[in-house]
Ligand binder design. Structure first.
Ligand SMILES: [Fe+2]
Length: 300
């Protein structure tokens, strides 16, 4: 079965593009990769031309998720499978592909109405190494993709069919979260390569589709220095440093200028599909990841 191989790019619609530019470069350490005539701001984190495309708009949410296919024949096979499963697929034209810096792509919607693009042949600039505006060692990206996204979905089963049976992602594990209801709420984590998860989904009604995106720093010290910088710049920390039960990543969460969160982490297990066994957890973290508000209330 042909599958997508990485979460390749993320389009965000943001209401304050100028604030985002500062946040993404000076705080997160992403590199400004130019703007298009229509005002789209590109950000890079590795040798790919860009990993983020930010457009000004009122939604302050995910605009599009771009999933990479290995090559054009696999992209065609994925398109045909999605079409056979009843998902409307349209091919992007040459001008649209040029703007995305890809050789070809299809566009579709997931069952929640989130715009999805599956593409092949991204522009990769190994002649122009990633240079962070900050003194950091860079990000684990390249073949692992940009990181992960966590989405609030309307229909868990339909979303699972789309991402697992349509795009070809595989289950990594589950976390059953106590969200105050009679039954636990299941979060599903899915991978498309060695990265533990490129996508997680929870069926929950939330103000935004995108709960957070995750960037994986090469060095732990860069998680610490970014945490300090958030504090110095009065960027709200939404979860303090901690370690997740499933991917074992050490990370913290901060609020972006759009209200959804960014997870800034280091480490984490990688998946070998020949030996991986799916597990279920009942907690999201082994230590930490506490809410600063709860912490402050306990101290008061
Ligand atoms: Fe995460």
């Amino acid at each position: 079965m042909e599958r997508v191989t990485q979460l390749g790019y993320l389009g965000l619609e943001v209401s304050d593009l100028a604030r985002w530019e500062k946040f993404a470069t000076e705080l997160l350490g992403l590199e400004h990769a130019g703007t298009d005539a229509d005002g789209t701001l590109y950000l890079r984190m590795d040798e790919h031309h860009h990993r983020f495309a930010l457009r000004q708009g009122p939604r302050d949410d995910i605009a599009v998720a771009g999933w990479q296919a290995r090559n054009e024949s696999e992209l065609r096979a994925i398109a045909e499978r999605l079409d056979a499963q009843g998902t409307a697929v349209t091919w992007g034209d040459a001008r649209e592909a040029r703007q995305r810096r890809v050789a070809g792509f299809i566009r579709l919607s997931d069952p929640n109405g989130i715009a999805i693009e599956v593409y092949c042949g991204p522009l990769v600039q190994t002649d122009r190494p990633f240079r962070s505006p900050r003194d950091i060692a860079g990000f684990e990206a390249s073949a692992l993709g940009l990181g992960h996204i966590v989405l609030a979905v309307d229909d868990y089963d339909a979303s699972m069919r789309f991402y697992r049976d349509g795009l070809g992602l595989r289950i990594s594990d589950y976390i059953d979260l106590d969200m105050g209801g009679a039954e636990a709420t299941r979060a599903a984590f899915l991978h498309c390569g060695p990265r533990h998860h490129s996508l997680a989904m929870v069926q929950v009604s939330a103000p935004k589709r995108l709960h957070h995106f995750m960037l994986q720093a090469r060095q732990l010290r860069d998680v610490g220095s970014t945490f300090d910088r958030c504090r110095d710049e009065a960027v709200p920390i939404t979860m303090e440093l901690g370690c997740h039960t499933n991917d074992r990543m050490v990370s913290f969460y901060a609020q972006t200028p759009s209200g959804f969160h960014v997870e800034y982490g280091h480490g984490g297990v990688e998946i070998d599909d020949d030996t991986w066994q799916v597990e279920t957890y009942q907690a999201a973290s082994t230590w930490g990841h506490r809410s600063p508000a709860v912490h402050a209330a306990a101290a008061a």
